[in-house]
Design a protein around this ligand. Structure first.
Ligand code: GDD
Ligand code: MN
Length: 250
């Protein structure tokens, strides 16, 4: 099944990667995602840290994260919890403040984003010295697995609308598996106004406006096995509002 791919070029010893992992009720998923991150970064020989931003999950995610910190070490697993659920967009901003890497990965903690794609993100970034590398479900071998028709339509619809309205030059705008140069992410975050799920899309639109270089890596997005999505009707309404705001202000 797995064709062996060359590992990312070595010799960039100054590069450190910070992975921002926002969690809300991910007790069951966190050990596996962290284990996979340690595995893939370990194999690459690159320096990294995983920053867990837990928003007061009632299921005890933070306690699990503390155990993982014991296992893998406080230099590898950094905990930056917040007292309550304050939303995905601000979770990234919070995590970024504490990140020490020169490159930042943003990904979901529920295993929908598999760490096996990380070497490809890094290779793509290095090949073109790119500012942003975005995972895409809508190009090449990319895809979505396990979603019902409703979710597929919402995702396709959101992407399509944004493509038409804002022409951002990337095929997957609502996805959130991405690699940024740290300085680039900081500039983008300064510009972004949205706080919820629409944040992902705004980031790409702003990246385009600021003429940052954007690359894409096809990824397969597999729906979570444990727990449930936090993307409810409310988030969809705020996504639509956010899109309109962006359209009218750009
Ligand atoms: N800290 C924190 N605070 N984390 C959160 C919050 C929050 O308020 N809300 C969600 N998360 C975490 C989840 O625990 C998970 O790790 C990640 O953010 C994504 O949340 P999900 O609930 O799994 O999102 P999804 O699967 O419905 O949506 C995914 O696909 C969307 C559309 O493609 C995400 O990748 C979205 O970002 C994406 O827009
Ligand atoms: Mn998910």
């Amino acid at each position: 099944m797995s064709r062996r791919k060359p590992s990312p070029p070595r010799g960039f010893s100054g590069d450190k990667y910070s992975v921002l992992l926002p969690t809300y009720n991910e007790r069951e998923n966190l050990p596996l995602i962290v284990w996979l991150l340690v595995k893939y970064f370990g194999e690459s020989g690159l320096d990294y840290e995983v920053i867990v931003i837990d928003d007061g999950s009632p299921d005890g995610t933070l306690e699990v994260a503390q155990q993982l910190q014991h296992i893998y070490g406080p230099d590898k697993i950094i905990l930056r919890p917040r007292a309550k659920k304050l939303g995905l967009g601000t979770a990234y901003i919070h995590g970024l403040k504490h990140a020490t890497g020169s490159f930042i990965f943003i990904m979901d903690a529920d295993l929908s984003h598999h760490p096996k794609f990380i070497p490809e993100f890094i290779r793509t970034q290095r090949d073109g010295d790119l500012d942003v590398v975005s995972g895409t479900r809508y190009k090449g071998n990319g895809g979505v697995y396990g979603w019902d028709l409703r979710r597929k339509l919402i995702s396709r619809g959101a992407n399509f609308l944004t493509q038409v309205l804002l022409r951002p030059g990337a095929s997957d705008l609502t996805g959130s598996f991405r690699l940024y140069k740290r300085s680039v992410l900081e500039r983008l975050v300064e510009r972004c106004v949205s706080k919820g799920y629409v944040f992902q899309m705004e980031m790409m639109v702003r990246a385009r406006q600021l003429n940052f270089s954007i690359g894409e890596v096809p990824i397969s997005f597999v729906d979570r096995v444990y727990g449930e999505s936090k993307l409810g009707g409310n988030e969809i309404v705020s996504f639509a509002k956010g899109l309109i705001t962006l359209f009218s202000t750009t």
